[in-house]
Design a binder for this molecule. Structure first.
Ligand code: EPZ
Length: 429
């Protein structure tokens, strides 16, 4: 199993290219199930989750073609993939595939919308909390699907097709909103989604669906209206930049003191996180090419932050901010409001010398003068990268084990950091 070895202490300087967003790519790939025609996606990141979803879609009969690189192509440019769901050969998504990646449950919506039936395994729990799918099921029922749960599978049926309806989410849910959008796009009549998630990835998927012929307005606000259409066509769409990757590298630069351009990053996708960095004493400068992050000499100030749905501070940056605050001058407080168990990084950060106390959903972090390298264990995607951030500032050597978690969501992480001067390498065994 691969490990990542870091020798801390180097300042990061240079340029880091930001890849296409994982959390937009996955639902965009799933949207290919809605049409018989090819969907071409550009700026797709090379990630283990993308490969896993290719397998899952392949099982339904989707043909996935990845464009090769030609000599002279920019090595940092994302890939272009073409997904053709001309014939759906199977409407079942089995446990063995869905249990590996929760987002694959979202195939239920396009399958029932186009084929009138889907049988998809319940995803089960995961390291960051219970993560139920009751609201996704509620959305499908509101559009006329009959739902049965049998042997760990959700069976959704709409033999005469879905019909538009009112969906009012009692809680903001990204997966629920994706599900509602994809199902409503092919339903008969109008659907109104209230308390919709406003995450930029929802807007990106809605843009792509509109290019495919859907009639969606209001994406990016809490009220989305969808006029159903009888069929959708193929389209070409470029995935928006990854705001979580952007925020992660911004925190890595802030941690080491340094000066880096995050190329292609868009500040409006993560304003809340950038505001927190400014409050902590980090220089954040939007430029024509991206966002420049610098911290020269000045110490880090502590912050008090709660995670919240977009446009609030993202839960997917909570672990990284906690790593950063281990070196602040004073006491920080971070409250996690989205997932009840997203604190697996706390005990691993403690192995590096961090002083963090957990009390329910709030972590209190006493900044320390120095961290010391140690072997640590990656537990989930964002927790793992918080250990990398801490390792970059720790004295001596840190090894991060179970790196496959990182490969799910960060493209060429060690190359991007090494190119800016970090002493980081992958050890393959
Ligand atoms: C998406 O997960 C992201 N995944 C997550 O990113 C992200 O952390 C999360 O949104 C919140 O921003 C992808 O986009 C692939 P939710 P999702 O439905 O859609 C509760 C990462 O590291 N809920 O918005 O599964 C749920 O338990 C990942 O890249 C219900 O109660 O999250 C949570 O408390 C991890 N019932 C809250 O809603 C439901 O039916 C928000 O979850 C669905 C959700």
């Amino acid at each position: 199993m691969d490990r990542i070895r870091i020798v801390g202490g180097a300042r990061l300087t240079g340029t880091i290219p930001i890849s296409g967003a994982k959390n937009a790519t996955l639902p965009l790939m799933i949207a290919s199930l809605l049409t018989e025609e090819p969907l071409i996606l550009e700026n797709v990141p090379r990630l283990a989750d993308v490969i896993q979803l290719q397998r899952i879609l392949g099982n339904h009969g989707v043909d996935v073609m990845i464009n090769g690189k030609r000599p002279g192509d920019d090595p940092n440019a994302g890939r272009t993939i073409t997904l053709s769901a001309k014939t759906i050969v199977d409407t079942t998504a089995p446990y063995e595939l869905v249990s590996k990646m929760r987002a694959s449950f979202w195939v239920v919506a396009p399958l029932v919308a186009r084929m009138g039936e889907a049988r998809v395994s319940l995803p089960g729990g995961c390291a960051i909390g219970t993560r139920p799918v009751d609201l996704l099921i509620m959305a499908l029922e509101a559009l006329g699907a009959d739902i049965e749960i049998d042997g760990g599978y959700v069976i959704a049926r709409a033999k005469k097709g879905l019909r538009g309806g009112e969906i009012n989410f009692p809680k903001v849910t990204v997966g629920g909103t994706h599900t509602a959008l994809m199902a409503a796009a092919l339903a008969r009549g109008t659907t109104v989604i209230e308390n919709a998630a406003r995450e930029p990835e929802i807007g990106d998927v809605a843009d792509c669906l509109n290019k495919m012929g859907a009639k969606i307005t209001g994406a990016g606000t809490a009220r989305i209206v969808v006029e159903g259409v009888a069929r959708l066509s193929g389209a070409r769409h470029s995935v928006l930049p990854d705001r979580i990757e952007t925020g992660t590298y911004a925190m890595a630069v802030a941690m080491t003191g340094g000066d880096v351009l995050l190329q292609n990053a868009r500040p409006e996708l993560l304003q809340a996180a950038l505001d927190v960095l400014v409050e902590a004493g980090v220089q954040v400068t939007p430029t024509n090419e991206g966002i420049r992050i610098a911290r020269n000499g000045a110490g880090l100030s502590p912050v008090t932050v709660s995670t919240a749905p977009f446009p609030g501070f993202p839960t997917d940056l909570q672990a990284q901010l906690m790593a950063l605050m281990t070196r602040a001058k004073g006491t920080s407080r971070i409250t996690e409001t989205i997932f009840e168990n997203r604190f697996m990084h706390v005990q691993e950060l403690a192995r590096l010398g961090a002083r963090i106390r957990l009390d329910g959903d709030t972590a209190t972090i006493e900044g320390v003068d120095r961290l010391k390298g140690a072997p640590v264990m990656a537990t989930d995607l964002r927790a793992s990268v918080s250990l990398v951030i801490a390792g970059l500032a720790a004295e001596g050597e840190t090894t991060v084990n179970r790196v496959y978690h990182l490969d799910r969501g960060f493209e060429r992480l060690e190359d991007k950091l090494a190119a800016c001067g970090a002493a980081i390498a992958r050890i393959s065994e």
